[in-house]
Write a protein that binds this ligand. Structure first.
Ligand SMILES: NC(=O)c1ccc[n+]([C@@H]2O[C@H](COP(=O)([O-])OP(=O)(O)OC[C@H]3O[C@@H](n4cnc5c(N)ncnc54)[C@H](O)[C@@H]3O)[C@@H](O)[C@H]2O)c1
Length: 325
């Protein structure tokens, strides 16, 4: 008989709700407790999803004996403390990106737990997007990769409250793309330059990043906190024998043609819709890794690589310099 895994979810905002839906679609798991600092949200979420226990204090989830694994979906500033406490309580942990804004804290966590890659998975969900995963799997077809271009633009800027706890554009938003650059290039970065501007908020909300990897691949990342036409997520990989591209997903495939123009549907509105499948695949990968006692496919080491790059971007922006790693 298959073992049933008991799961607790901490943080029930935008991403917490997405993960709950993804987890509910899986077999052999029970969601036994949820927690959010908002009592209303915790209660409503538990009632809607028939989850037996709900708390406003996340410590209760981390100390609940029958919970095997916790999903940390709280604001970024709480991740590291909650991860450490969960590990101390012998839980498997899934933690949303970024693990922490401070790379020294990530390094210290890695140093504290020799078996961390089997106990902590990081939510770099784009690795599990079927199109991006297929792009990575097809790289051999294009020979030696030379350029990676990543476009990632949100439809609208986040709330001031979200921004305050998010760690800034490089740790909050670009971190996905920095991880994707490492994932696709399979190399370590040696040079980074970032330029940015403030068009919509008080923080940097528009940026271009260029990274040179040790294996010669050059990556360009284009991030904007606003794209009036929808969520813009594209990937292009140039190789000496061809090119791979992943285009935006549209709401539907209808096209309307007239004498003077052509109209097609808009892009998927935001991450919930665009990356829906990736969250399910990511949850499956978490459960499979636990059951098969193997390393998670996105680890604290990956979080560290992305964090080092995010930090280099901040330094580059501040000093207006190319940063050598
Ligand atoms: N992988 C992705 O695609 C993706 C997308 C969005 C957000 N995220 C990440 O997920 C995290 C949460 O983002 P969000 O958009 O869901 O934010 P959000 O503001 O929508 O939700 C956060 C929730 O956590 C609750 N909360 C606050 N402090 C808490 C605490 N100490 N313990 C438990 N709950 C607490 C809040 O009440 C809120 O309901 C962030 O780290 C963000 O970077 C990842």
């Amino acid at each position: 008989m298959e073992t049933i895994l008991n799961i607790g979810v901490i943080g029930l905002g935008r991403i917490g709700q997405i993960h709950l839906s993804a987890l509910k679609a899986l077999k052999n798991i029970n969601i036994t407790a949820v927690s959010d600092t908002s009592p209303e949200l915790a209660r409503k979420t538990a009632e809607k999803n028939r989850i037996p226990k709900f708390y406003t204090d996340y410590h209760n989830v981390l100390h609940q004996q029958d919970i095997d694994a916790v999903w940390i979906c709280s604001p970024t500033s709480y991740h590291m403390a909650q991860v450490r406490e969960a590990l101390e309580n012998n839980k498997y942990v899934f933690c949303e990106k970024p693990l922490d804004k401070d790379r020294t804290k990530i390094q210290s966590l890695i140093n504290s737990y020799p078996d961390l890659s089997r106990r902590l998975m990081i939510g770099f969900n784009r690795r599990f997007d079927p199109d991006f995963a297929a792009a990575k799997a097809s790289i051999k077809k294009i020979g030696k990769p030379t350029i990676i271009k990543i476009t990632s633009r949100d439809p609208f800027p986040p709330s001031t409250e979200y921004s305050r706890l998010s760690g800034g554009i490089y740790n909050d938003m670009s971190i996905h793309d920095l991880d994707m650059a490492c994932f696709i290039s399979e190399s370590d970065a040696e040079q980074v330059i970032a330029i940015g501007s403030k068009n919509y908020t008080k923080d940097t909300d528009t940026t271009l990043i260029t990274i040179k990897f040790k294996n010669g691949i050059i990556c360009n990342i284009d991030n904007s906190r606003k794209a009036s036409y929808g969520y813009d997520q594209r990937l292009e990989i140039l190789g000496d024998k061809g090119m791979i591209s992943v285009e935006n997903k549209r709401v539907n495939h209808l096209c309307y043609y007239s004498e003077n123009s052509m109209e097609s549907s808009v892009f998927e509105p935001f991450f919930l819709e665009r990356y829906k499948e990736s969250y399910i695949e990511e949850a499956k990968a978490f459960i499979t890794s636990i059951k098969e006692k193997k390393e998670f496919p996105s680890t604290a080491e990956d979080a560290l690589k992305a964090s080092v790059l995010a930090n280099a971007c901040e330094q580059s922006l501040e000093k207006q310099k190319l940063i050598f790693l």
